[in-house]
Design a protein around this ligand. Structure first.
Ligand code: XMP
Ligand code: MG
Length: 173
């Protein structure tokens, strides 16, 4: 395993897309307060950049989830870190590093939806639509990526590489 020599997504591209997403979200939620829920650990890097560019009032709360896949699409999810802010009646934006099969994310959204938010939206920096197993679409997507394993900007391989400021492909030697 080694990293691609050049990033798949450069720091400049990341900055540009985060700016555009923040502008779109700020416009869509104008006049409302947002409860931003980054999904630990990977979503924290993207969410920190995104939140600093939002022009609406922001509250933040973290979630960490592990999903168990049964027969039901989305499976069941256990929150290793549960929301500490009340969700009922709030405008919630879940922020993830990547949407892959969609299983974990779908289960997280189901759990939050059950708590009665005023609205619930999903923002992911990367989307790998070719891998989807659960019918789920993000409301805000940074970039679509092919079915390659990516690291950096929050994404890890065995907890390594999260801190890299750009996104690289993890390649076989
Ligand atoms: P779902 O439930 O959508 O879960 O399959 C998405 C989670 O899978 C991990 N994931 C990746 N992590 N590079 C990574 O570092 C990748 O290319 C990748 N694809 C999926 C990630 O933890 C994400 O939250
Ligand atoms: Mg993750």
């Amino acid at each position: 395993m080694r990293l691609s020599d050049r990033p798949l997504v450069s720091e400049e591209q990341i900055t540009r897309r985060v700016d555009e997403l923040a502008a779109a979200i700020s416009r869509d939620f104008e006049g409302r307060e947002l409860l931003v829920m980054p999904v630990l650990k990977g979503g924290v890097f993207f969410a920190a950049d995104l939140m600093r560019r939002l022009t609406v009032p922001v509250f933040v709360d973290f979630i960490r989830a592990r999903s168990y896949h049964g027969t039901r699409s989305g499976g069941t999810v256990e929150f290793l870190v549960s929301p500490s802010e009340p969700v009922v009646g709030r405008h919630v934006l879940v922020v993830e590093d990547i949407l892959d099969t969609g299983r974990t994310t779908a289960a997280v959204l189901d759990r939050i939806q059950a708590e009665g938010p005023a609205s619930l939206a999903l923002c992911v920096f990367l989307d790998k639509p070719s891998r989807r197993l659960v019918d789920i679409k993000a409301d805000y997507v940074g970039l679509e990526v092919p079915d390659v394993y990516v690291v950096g900007y929050g994404l890890d391989y065995n907890e390594q590489y999260r801190h890299l400021p750009a996104i690289y492909v993890l390649e076989d030697p």
